[in-house]
Design a protein. Sequence first.
Length: 198
Amino acid sequence: MPKLVDHDLRRAELLAATWRVVRSRGVEGTTTRAIADEARCSLSVLAHFLGGKDDILVAAQRAVYDRIVERAFRIGGDLYGLDALRAALEAVLPIDEERAADAHVNVAFAGAALSHPRLADSRRASHREIRGHLRTCLREARELGELRAGVDDEAVIDDFIILVEGSTLLSLVDGWAEEGRAERLSRLAAGFIDQLRG
C-alpha cells in the first residue's frame, strides 16, 4: 500500500527547514537544494509541497507571520484591552530563543522584500492583518475605560510596529542590549502600555 502522508504536517516541516536555511544563509543564499538537504527530501518532493523558490519564500514568510500572530493574538485569548495589547507586544519581541528565532527570520525577509515584490506584497498583507488585531485590542481597551483621552489608534498601531521592528533589528543585528535584553524589552513593553492608560 502507498504510504499515507499528512500533507499539512509535511508542509510545516518543509517550511521549518526553510526558516533554518534562511537563518543560516539569509534569503539571498537560500536555494531549493539547501532547503531539500535541510529537510532530507528530494527537490521533487519540495516542489510538490511548496512549488518553486519564489513560492517557497513567500509561503515561509507568511508562515512565520502566522506563527507570530498565533502567539500574539490567539494564545492567552482570555485577555482583553490593554492586557491583550501588552501580551501581544511581549509575544513578538525577541525576548527568548523561540521569539528571537522567529524575529531573525522576519528580519531576513524584511531585507529581502526591498528587492522582491512578492515578498513585499506578502509582508504588507501580514501587516494589515496584524493592524486589525491591534485595532480590536484598542477598541476593547476603550470600551473598558482603560485608554487616556485623545489616543489615536492608528498612531498607536504605527508605534507598536515600529517598536517591534526597531527593537528586533537592534537586538538581532547590532547585538543591542544582549545582556539583560529580555528585561529591557519587557520594560519597553510595559512603558508603551502605561503611556496609553487613562
